[in-house]
Write a protein that binds this ligand. Structure first.
Ligand SMILES: N[C@@H](CCSC[C@H]1O[C@@H](n2cnc3c(=O)[nH]cnc32)[C@H](O)[C@@H]1O)C(=O)O
Ligand SMILES: [Zn+2]
Length: 432
């Protein structure tokens, strides 16, 4: 079993009540074996990483993504969500081959690894290729085939959704988990949606769905069912005992928030995407007051443009401070928890990752503080939340494997990936 020792780094465990301290961290195989001020090893480690100037913290967890949409980054911006989706994304996606999705996902994982994300939740199509890219990239992910019911009964999509779950759960040394993904209230009518909820319940499969992202969605669901999007899902029984990952949850009124109180799972807040699409500000303060778990995600690069979770961290805290005129809201420590252990709860991997603790899987990042914007160090959490960016990540480790070291990828050739992504992306958007 390979043993890696990181010496003399500042360790931010993100465990409740832990202050940062200078110490060593030992990885044995997939797991963190020990953390302490000065570890005494009986056998020398196979690899030693000198931790001077580095901060070890849990890898960030992106709780809502469409990684392959990285091929559509900065292709369609400054549009309303429904126009963006119907006129730009869906036509481009209709051209995507399975191989395009593989390379798009690889591009997304490369960006995530380079900006300190170690796990992500993804909803997309051609999921065999997404899963293969996750295996190849070395990341951890919770995958779901997005199921929409457009002019058909969605049967083929459901078959693919269940195929993903049956084929890939536990693959990649256990790095892959799966969910069922009815896409959104406005793309899933009551009959098939309640069937999906039943399947999820009887097979104990978690659900991943977009909820109340835009005002237009609220109007649409009101016209169709005379309900809010949250009421619509609630009445179909989605929150009775399924674990549910809700993406966005922007347009929730006080009654909607109360309906979600006590739910299993929680909300992936995507503030950068919501800001950029002018969707609104999710009621994060209110959801937290109702003890709803709130994690952070980016959404796809097709809308958010960036998968850098450090941008989400800033946007999440700034928005709540602004919305309520209260700078004490979502302090640095709390928003860093949202990007790590709270997101882990949404992916149901909180027992394995999300904090640095002996026995947990070694999913961690090393931030380089030897930079003007990261000196001096007073409050480390505040420094990271308010000044660090993804480019400050020096090293990314997932499941004990080093995926990036000194900002160099270890698992794939960036030149090849860049070439594939550029050629495929150009073909997808031609004439659109
Ligand atoms: N379009 C697929 C099924 C859905 S997969 C996930 C879908 O979510 C879409 N998507 C990405 N970001 C968002 C968002 O912010 N809101 C709603 N949908 C989104 C994305 O374009 C993709 O089509 C099919 O025909 O089978
Ligand atoms: Zn989305």
């Amino acid at each position: 079993m390979k043993r890696t020792l990181i010496t003399g780094c500042t360790i931010l465990t993100m465990c409740e009540g832990d202050a940062p301290f200078v110490g060593d961290l030992l990885i044995e195989g997939e797991r963190i074996a020990a953390i302490g001020p000065e570890l005494k090893l009986e056998q020398p480690a196979d690899e030693v990483i000198a931790g001077k100037d580095l901060v070890a913290m849990p890898g960030l967890i992106n709780a809502h993504n469409h990684a392959s949409m990285s091929l559509l980054r900065a292709f369609s911006d400054d549009l309303k969500l429904m126009d963006w989706l119907d006129k730009k994304m869906l036509p481009a996606e209709a051209r995507m081959t399975p191989e395009d999705v593989y390379w798009g996902t690889m591009l997304g994982t490369a960006e995530m690894i380079a900006s300190g994300t170690t796990s992500f939740a993804d909803m997309y199509v051609h999921m065999d290729q997404v899963a293969q890219a996750v295996v190849d990239s070395g990341m951890r992910a919770s995958l779901t085939r997005g199921v929409v019911f457009l002019q058909d009964d969605g049967g083929k999509r459901m078959t693919e959704a269940l195929h993903l779950i049956d084929t890939w759960t536990g693959a990649g040394e256990g790095r892959i988990t799966t969910m069922l993904g009815p896409h959104a209230p406005y793309t899933c009518p009551p009959q098939p949606l309640s069937e999906i909820i039943q399947i999820a319940r009887s097979r104990q499969i978690p659900l991943h769905i977009h909820l109340a992202e835009t005002r237009e969605e609220v109007v649409k669901i009101r016209e169709r069912y005379n309900q809010t999007p949250t009421e619509y899902l609630h009445e179909l029984g989605m929150f009775e005992d399924n674990h549910v990952l809700l993406a966005h949850a922007v347009h929730l009124d006080a009654a909607d928030v109360r309906l979600l109180s006590g739910m299993r799972g929680g909300v992936a807040h995507n503030p950068v995407s919501n800001l950029k699409l002018g969707c609104g500000i999710a009621p994060v303060k209110e959801m937290l007051e109702q003890n709803i778990t709130v994690g952070l995600g980016t959404d796809g690069a097709g809308s958010a443009t960036t998968l850098d979770m450090f941008a989400e961290i800033k946007a999440a805290t700034w928005l709540q401070k602004l919305q309520h005129g209260d700078p004490t809201l979502l302090p640095a420590w709390q928003v860093l928890r949202m990007a790590t252990i709270e997101s882990a709860k949404l992916l149901q991997i909180e027992d394995e990752v999300g904090t640095l603790e002996p026995g947990k899987k070694a999913d961690l990042i090393l931030l380089n503080l030897n930079k003007p914007h990261l000196q001096p160090v007073h409050d480390l959490s505040a420094l990271i939340a308010y000044s660090a960016t993804g480019a400050d990540v020096d090293t990314t480790i997932v499941n004990g494997q080093v995926l990036m070291r000194g900002r160099q990828f270890t698992r794939f050739s960036w030149e090849e990936l860049r070439r594939e992504a550029a050629e495929r992306a150009a073909r997808l958007v031609e004439g659109l």
